[in-house]
Ligand binder design. Structure first.
Ligand code: DSN
Length: 416
């Protein structure tokens, strides 16, 4: 049994932890921002490193006893630099939202004009959502995708940039299935003298694995969370050109954060080492192959996909033609053990609490070793379930099939 000490000391917590392990084992995880970390990452995150305070940076801390922590944080930094070819890396951000906030705090003044993608077109809440911190503290001008094609409209980006002369342009998204033309963003930014900021949280693993192009060589600053396709612990990092390094480091600490979470930083070091291995390239490439195959299989079953497919790990489906709203789809698929999330589609007429679409992706299933054949099976289960949303008998029968197949694909770190 897992976690024997928790079982003894805190049985009610233990019960829920084991139930969650069982859910993760028996179901198909399609949330595109989730993944299963390795046993080694789990060990680092659950280690005694959680005991230590280490405000500051390696070689310049405000507490004693840093001789081991400095080595660990430097390992994470050096491995991240090697993985992405970055000039400077800060591995302390607690997660993506604080990391993006630190970047704005470092390089902008409150009220400055910034450009980011609209939330319902695939942007993130920290890319200028009017009710969020970024939208309130800065003057965000929001660009969109072409409603006909679902692809980014780079001519609109250029037109808005020339009209509003932003100090920074943010690219990199949370619900955009297509490859991003980083060079086109850089060209537009140069035309108007803007800084370039990329949020590669979703695609960092695909970039590290050589499947997608990287913005790191020519963008001013690049942020990534570490727990999505990169398959590390929950957390984030900021990569930047040397000229911005001091400002970025000061904005993270002491500007925004206190003591870094060194157990998470150790987990990041382990994950970066794993991503530097040749096998990681195969993993990244299989994530994309699986997503492309799943997209094709869904289309064969009359699912309408935003942009008609994917170049990445992520698929966005508009279910309007199936007359099953996103929330009903999410809840129905939960019943058969397939987890994904309801999502707005570009210019969605419905509310974000009950949107038209669903968002799904292949990083987690690929970690379990699933390949193209299983993508056919998943598309079939989804189609059957969404054609039988009120048929509890059929849903229970599908759930049984899902469980049987899932149990033949191990999840790292889970032994029940
Ligand atoms: N919550 C993340 C996602 O699911 O994409 C973004 O922060």
């Amino acid at each position: 049994m897992m976690y024997p000490t928790i079982e003894k000391e805190d049985p009610s917590l233990h019960q829920s932890m084991i139930a969650e392990g069982k859910r993760q084992m028996e179901g198909v995880e399609l949330i595109p921002s989730e993944n299963y970390v390795s046993q080694a990452v789990l060990e680092a995150c659950g280690s005694i490193l959680t005991n230590k305070y280490s405000e500051g940076y390696p070689g310049k801390r405000y507490y004693g006893g840093q001789e081991n922590i400095d080595v660990i944080e430097n390992l994470a930094i050096e491995r991240a630099k090697k993985l992405f070819g970055a000039e400077h890396v800060n591995v302390q951000p607690y997660s993506g939202s604080p990391a993006n906030t630190a970047i704005y705090f470092a390089l902008l003044e409150f009220g400055d004009t910034v450009m980011g993608l609209k939330l319902d077109h695939g942007g993130h809440i920290t890319h200028g959502l009017p009710i969020g911190f970024s939208g309130k503290a800065y003057n965000f001008v929001q660009y969109g995708v072409n409603p006909e094609t679902g692809y980014l409209d780079m001519e609109e980006v250029r037109r808005l940039a020339q009209e509003h002369k932003p100090k920074m342009i943010v690219a990199g998204f949370t619900a955009y299935p297509r490859d991003i033309d980083w060079k086109a963003f850089k060209e537009i930014a140069d035309e108007v003298g803007a800084l370039t900021m990329a949020d590669i949280s979703h695609t960092a693993g695909l970039i590290a694995g050589g499947v997608l192009d990287s913005p790191v060589p020519f963008f001013d600053v690049v942020m990534s969370t570490t727990h999505k396709t990169l398959r590390g612990p929950r957390g984030a990092m900021i990569m930047c050109k040397t000229e911005h390094a001091k400002k970025i480091d000061r904005a993270v600490f002491p500007g925004l954060q206190g003591g870094p979470h060194e157990h998470a930083i150790a987990g990041k070091a382990v994950a970066f080492k794993e991503a530097l291995q040749p096998e990681f390239k195969n993993y990244a490439s299989q994530i994309k192959k699986n997503a492309v195959h799943l997209a094709e299989e869904l289309k064969r079953r009359d699912f309408k996909l935003v942009s008609d497919g994917t170049d990445t790990h992520l698929i966005l489906a508009d279910l309007s033609n199936k007359e099953v709203p996103g929330k009903v789809a999410q809840n129905t698929l939960d019943k058969i053990g397939i987890t994904l999330n309801m999502n707005t589609v570009p210019d969605d007429p419905r509310s974000p609490f009950d949107p038209s679409g669903i968002r799904l992706g292949t990083p987690a299933v690929t970690t379990r070793g699933m390949k193209e054949d299983q993508m056919v099976q998943i598309a079939d289960w989804m189609d059957r379930a969404l054609s039988n949303v009120d048929n509890e008998t059929e849903l229970a029968a599908i759930k049984k099939e899902v469980e049987e197949i899932c149990l033949t694909f191990p999840v790292p770190g889970i032994k029940l």
